[in-house]
Ligand binder design. Structure first.
Ligand code: DX5
Ligand code: ZN
Length: 221
């Protein structure tokens, strides 16, 4: 039985009460905090940076899972490591030298993830999978919370699961975008073990019930 992790994306949190929102979802049973970084260049939106990561770091021992939608990526990696990130994921299109960026993240003491947009081919995994700690499969085009899950991503998830199992290394398989209690079982069946959910959790009135419903649905997978 794999370890399943629920990672609320604080992009959908109430930013005026961000600290309470972080402690609230962790108390409600979340496993880690998904931290979306958007630069209005690689993606058409602007969100939060290392200062906000450092501000929430003392509030929880749970891992902070930083998703960089930022180009270029290398310059900002040390800042997030210093701000207390545990995992840092980036998109291959945002790095001139993917292998070097993976090394940079790991040299700074963080786990390294590679993120794939719905249209990004898995070829980028060919020569680096054995170095990764996480593969992030986007099930929406990046830039905004609250979008609809793109179903053809399920086949892509299954293919990554196959490659990870062949590789033999412990690598998390994270899905990000449009995940909710209604579709999470199918996503788990396709092989994901780490589930980002923004609007499905922060849009609920009862975070504990929302997370419990997701876990119950995963069990049926
Ligand atoms: C999109 C972000 C996602 C997103 C998740 O660019 O990477 O983390 O905000 O939000 P929902 O679950 O609402 O799709
Ligand atoms: Zn994300």
């Amino acid at each position: 039985m794999p370890t399943y992790r629920i990672a609320p994306s604080i992009l959908s949190a109430d930013f005026a009460r961000l600290g309470e929102e972080v402690t609230g979802v962790i108390a409600a049973g979340a496993d880690m905090i998904h931290f979306d970084v958007m630069d209005n260049h690689y993606v058409p939106n602007l969100s939060i940076g290392p200062l906000v990561c450092a501000a929430i770091r003392p509030l929880t021992k749970a891992p902070i899972d930083v998703h960089l939608m930022v180009k270029p990526v290398d310059r900002i990696v040390p800042d997030f490591a210093r701000a207390g990130a545990d995992i840092i994921s980036f998109h291959p299109e945002a790095s001139e030298h993917v292998d070097r960026t993976i090394g940079l993240i790991q040299e700074h003491g963080c786990k390294a993830g590679l993120a794939f947009n719905p249209g990004t081919p898995l070829d980028h995994l060919d020569h680096v999978l054995h170095r990764l700690d996480l593969v992030l499969i986007m099930s929406v085009n990046p830039g905004f919370g609250g979008q609809k899950f793109i179903p053809h991503v399920l086949a892509k998830l299954a293919e990554v699961r196959r490659r990870i199992d062949l590789c033999g290394r412990e690598i998390m398989l994270e899905v990000d975008g449009g995940v909710n209690a209604d579709n999470i079982a199918g996503i788990a069946r396709a092989g994901a073990d780490t589930f980002v959910a923004g609007s499905a959790i922060f849009g609920a009135t009862d975070y504990m019930a929302a997370i419990a419903a997701m876990r119950a649905a995963i069990q049926t997978a």
